[in-house]
Design a protein around this ligand. Sequence first.
Ligand SMILES: [Zn+2]
Length: 199
Amino acid sequence: MTQEIKERVLLLFKECDALLEGHFKLTSGKHSAWYFEKIRLIEKPQVLERIVGLLVEKVKNDNIAFDYVVSPAYGAIAIGFLAALKLGKKFAFTQRVEEKMAFRPGWIGLEAGERAVIVEDILTTGGSIQEVIEALKQRGISVAGVYVLVDRTAGEVLMEGKPVGSLLALKVEAFEPEGCPLCQKGIPLAKPGASDKKT
Ligand SMILES: [Zn+2]
């Protein structure tokens, strides 16, 4: 990923206010100068379409064969759907069925032997993506690739032993409150809306 594309992605994230700069209390309790408000990504479809367009270019460049784009509910559905539309592939999503990430009954495809690319919004620990991989394996579907808009581990987390494709690989520095340089500067602390699911 070239520097130029990285800068375009950063601008698009800022354009839809998905990437906020300031002083934030994270769910971990640590403080950070950056915060991703990922729900904002789907609030402006016109901006999201341009972001997904860049991700689609990356998938095309990797030149892999697959049948489906699969995303976990809910935030990533719009992202995966747009990607599938642009790539000319089928789309499906997983959701929590009795706590477990699964395909609810009703999908008529998703057959054994097919190949899927997983598209997620933000990779933090890889937990959700791992659950999608398990749901695909249960149906005998192989994982041809994993792509995210933002990789917050900056390439540290591998899925199925392979690197995750991302538009932004960016490890956001987080500080313990006692040693936080932003607190020391007296910048007011904001606690953004907590995400409802583990990523
Ligand atoms: Zn602080």
